[in-house]
Design a protein around this ligand. Structure first.
Ligand code: PNS
Length: 173
């Protein structure tokens, strides 16, 4: 991707374990606001072991799901988002807000990120109402019981979830 100096770039960080239709909606809308959006998949010590998918798998799922968005790329990072943004020379973090319950922790994260990197602004995009109840956690739970998740997550996530739980259930028998 070729960057010019004045391009307004943003990062959209998260766990994406795996990407949901809500995440896809946020990155699609962010791609219409910013010249370039990097979906940044966190590979953090504190979350290691709690994710269903390896970081490389989560990155590949997002690449598949966003292949039609020419100004979106996917990367992974470790450590602090504020430092990662500094390394990329990015001044905007995009986050989605589904409900008022998201607001409290997002407010805290946004303030902390700005304390760590004064150049950073967090831009919140309100989740579309149709996805406001969707989360990776719930998609995983439904998939683990063999439920239909095709309306909740992109096809690449649904395929990965089906395969993961099929092999997990096979191993358990
Ligand atoms: O998808 P998530 O789990 O809600 O994303 C949370 C994320 C990755 C944005 C947040 O935990 C984060 O930025 N973690 C990186 C570590 C960090 O920078 N911590 C300081 C601010 S919380």
């Amino acid at each position: 991707m070729f960057y010019t100096f004045n391009m307004q770039k943003a990062i959209y960080p998260g766990s994406f374990d795996p990407m949901t239709n809500g995440h896809l909606d946020i990155v699609t809308r962010a791609s219409k606001i910013f010249d370039h959006v990097t979906v940044a998949v966190l590979q953090n010590r504190s979350k290691r072991g709690t994710n269903l998918f390896e970081v490389e798998e989560r990155v590949q799922i997002i690449r598949d799901a966003t292949a039609h968005l020419p100004n979106v790329s996917v990367d992974s990072f470790q450590g602090l988002t504020a430092e990662y943004a500094r390394d990329l020379h990015v001044k905007v973090i995009v986050r989605g807000l589904r409900a008022i319950s998201d607001y409290e922790s997002e407010l805290q994260i946004a303030h902390l990120n700005r304390q760590l990197n004064r150049d950073l602004e967090t831009v919140f995009i309100m989740a579309a109402t149709r996805w406001s109840y969707v989360s990776s956690t719930m998609a995983k739970e439904i998939a683990s019981y063999g439920g239909d998740i095709l309306k909740l997550v992109p096809a690449a996530s649904a395929k990965a979830l089906k395969e993961r739980y099929a092999s997990a259930n096979q191993a358990a028998t």
